[in-house]
Design a protein around this ligand. Structure first.
Ligand code: UD1
Length: 419
């Protein structure tokens, strides 16, 4: 079995670049289906989730090619309408291909989407958006079938802002005749990044990042060349790594404007943070103090970053609380933090963290960000840790251990003999 062997307690020092955002790359790859021809996507990280998206595109008849972190996606020969069940089950974002296929082919089929087990993850808002655009949707609980040869623009108000449902509605609405207005959409920066790609394709879309997105659909779209934004959660991961282990890290290719609540929390805990154009510098030279945060839809504190902050705070010296409002099973990493000597107590949807020195231990990543949290805790813990469950981290981090090694961390990917 593969695992990370981490020797903690060494301050980190150095400068590393942050790779492109998984949660932008995935909807953008789905969006390539909206035009016929070759799109070129730059800064596209090499992750297993991106690999899954490429396999879906290939199964639909596209030709894909990777040159470093640039992807060439040729959709000229795409003809498929069904996302294969096996690929659908591998990640939640596979559901985004439904909106893109509806816009392109007027038909889309798929099994139920997989992804991190963060609690109930319904797709009712995605399907309601397709229906509002005039599609017929059948959901047998195992298979989802959407039909909509002539989609019509509509006005749709989301009851809660959902990132995926907003993206799916934007994709499908590009193929609808007339104007679609999405009210109370999610406002995450990755949605603005999708809008940027759609605009580069010639789509008439505006308002991403505000409380209203307007799509004037039915335009012929062309393939485009686009650069994916930096990954703000990966940025948060490296910032929290330095906040846990101590030292000074410089993170380039990312500017922090999408991460303000995380930067504020780290500063409130006692880190010195400097934002400069295109980079963030974090220095930590004393134990972290108390912080109280509540997650929420953007621009509130991101749910994906709360395990990362919790891990840094667990090895600090303050009394902190983290309240989760998006996913009900987001705290599965707490068991691992406590196995590393943490004192984290769950009460409803709030984690009470009493910071104290951590020690090494054997732990298993419960999911993508929970796994990253255990790495962060291990970097700040005295002694050796062994972290299994690396397939979770490989879904969202390109070269996690290489990047941390560049900062001076003692972390290596290794295997039990005979496995
Ligand atoms: C996206 C991100 C994920 C992040 C999450 C919240 C991608 C690929 N993933 O996930 O990393 O943690 O946003 O920032 O971009 N909901 C419904 N019905 C729906 C859809 C969602 O009730 O049809 C609920 C969810 O259960 C959750 C909330 O809405 O409580 C927000 O989820 P959503 O924004 O849709 O998350 P994802 O798009 O799955």
């Amino acid at each position: 079995m593969e695992y990370f062997a981490v020797t903690g307690g060494r301050p980190l020092e150095g400068s590393v670049a942050v790779h492109g955002a998984k949660n932008s790359a995935l909807p953008i790859l789905a969006a390539t289906l909206l035009a016929r021809g070759e799109s070129v996507i730059h800064n596209c990280p090499d992750l297993t989730d991106v690999q899954t998206a490429l396999e879906i595109l290939t199964c639909l008849g596209c030709r894909v090619q990777r040159e470093g972190n640039t992807l060439l996606v040729d959709t000229s020969c795409a003809h498929g309408i069904r996302v294969p069940d096996g690929l659908m089950g591998r990640m939640r974002a596979s559901v985004l291909f439904l909106g893109a296929l509806l816009a392109r082919e007027g038909r889309a089929e798929a099994g139920w989407p997989g992804g991190c087990a963060l609690g109930a993850r319904p797709i009712d808002l995605h399907l309601a958006a397709f229906q509002a655009l005039g599609a017929q949707v059948r959901d047998s609980g195992e298979t989802i079938v959407c039909r909509g040869r002539t989609l019509q623009g509509t006005r749709l108000t989301f009851p809660i802002p959902s990132v995926g449902a907003t993206e799916n509605a934007m994709l499908a609405a590009c193929g609808a005749e007339g104007v679609t207005i999405l009210q109370n959409p999610a406002r995450e920066p990755e949605i603005a990044d999708l809008q940027g790609f759609l605009q580069a394709m010639g789509a008439d879309v505006e308002g991403a990042g505000t409380e209203r997105i307007i799509i004037r659909g039915g335009r012929p779209l062309r393939p485009a060349s686009y650069r994916v934004m930096a990954d703000r959660i990966v940025t948060a991961t490296y910032l929290c790594s330095v906040a846990s282990a101590g030292g000074e890290g410089i993170f380039t290719g990312t500017d922090g404007s999408h991460l303000l609540p995380v930067l504020e929390a780290l500063a409130a805990a006692g880190c010195a943070i400097r934002r400069e154009p295109g980079r963030i510098i974090l220095r930590k030279d004393r134990p972290l103090g108390s912080v109280h945060i509540t997650t929420g839809p953007y621009p509130a504190f991101p749910t994906d970053a709360q395990p990362l902050l919790a891990a840094a705070l667990a090895g600090g010296a303050g009394e902190s609380t983290i309240t989760e409002t998006i996913f009900d099973r987001r705290f599965r990493y707490v068991q691992g933090l406590n196995a590393l000597g943490g004192s984290v107590r769950l009460e409803g949807n709030t984690a009470h963290i009493t910071g104290r020195p951590l020690h090494g231990g054997q732990v298993t990543a419960p999911d993508l960000r929970g796994g990253a949290a255990l790495v962060i805790a291990a970097l700040g813990a005295e002694g050796e840790s062994r972290i299994t469950g690396l397939t979770h981290m490989d879904r969202g981090y390109q070269g996690l251990e290489d990047t941390l090694q560049k900062l001076g961390a003692s972390i290596r990917r290794t295997k039990d003999k005979g496995t």
